[in-house]
Design a protein around this ligand. Structure first.
Ligand code: TMP
Length: 221
């Protein structure tokens, strides 16, 4: 099973992805947590280029291709091998971020984007996607506060509020187009309540896909 987390910057999805990882591991699933951009040695180098505040002149098309370069490497090096071996993946962002940020945020042509994404992923799609719902204003406020305590403030955070509003609109459209894959979670609640809400949805899927016996005998891996 392939689970992704999406949302605006500051929505708390990274914290929730980590908690879900711990929960699934404790239940005996062979699960791997990764992220985009990054998740591989090459991907992490691409992430640096993408997020550096020195690269303000980066063209949206360059940005699009770099996110997908990182994605292609992650799919080939990590996602496909682990899923093919019967493992589970939790990914902090995947191609929905490209559609929302580069498609709606930068207003690049959506059909071209979909073709590029398909080329990068070879058609790999998440089974389940959690959207951590926070307004662009609240997300940016949280990010600014976190940056005062040493968290990254990157080139994408630095885009104007109107950009983040378009990204938010994009996510609404993506959810509407594929409601069976998405679960919207109110991210304005305390961390524990968010995790409880996610857990409720996850349990339904766990019942459908119990731990394979091979992993039950050896939950460590
Ligand atoms: P994060 O790791 O803190 O979520 O930051 C990733 C940033 O990159 C975030 O601002 C969203 C952005 N992003 C895109 O614009 N397109 C993409 O395809 C991905 C994966 C991320």
């Amino acid at each position: 099973m392939f689970i992704t987390f999406e949302g605006l910057d500051g929505s708390g999805k990274t914290t929730q992805a980590r908690l879900v990882m711990a929960r699934l591991k404790a239940a005996g699933y062979d699960v791997l947590l990764t992220r985009e951009p990054g998740g591989t040695g090459i991907g992490d180098q691409i992430r640096e280029v993408l997020h550096s505040l020195d690269n303000t002149e980066m063209h949206p098309t360059t940005e699009l291709l770099l996110y997908n370069a990182s994605r292609a490497q992650l799919v080939a090096e990590v996602l496909r091998p682990h899923l093919n071996a019967g493992g589970w993946i939790i990914c902090d962002r995947f191609y929905d971020s490209t559609l929302a940020y580069q498609g709606y945020g930068h207003q690049l042509d959506l059909n071209s984007l979909k073709a590029i994404v398909h080329f990068a992923t070879g058609g790999l799609r998440p089974d389940l996607t959690f959207f951590l719902d926070i307004t662009p204003e609240d997300g940016l406020t949280r990010r600014k506060q976190a940056s005062l305590f040493g968290e990254e403030w990157n080139r994408l955070d630095d885009m104007e509020l109107a950009f983040h509003r378009r990204v938010y609109t994009g996510y609404q459209a993506l959810m509407q187009a594929e409601p069976q894959r998405w679960v919207r979670i109110n991210a304005q609640q305390p961390v524990e309540q968010i995790q409880t809400a996610i857990g409720r949805h996850l349990d339904v899927h766990l019942q459908r896909r119990p731990v394979p016996s091979i992993h039950k005998e050896n939950p460590a891996g």
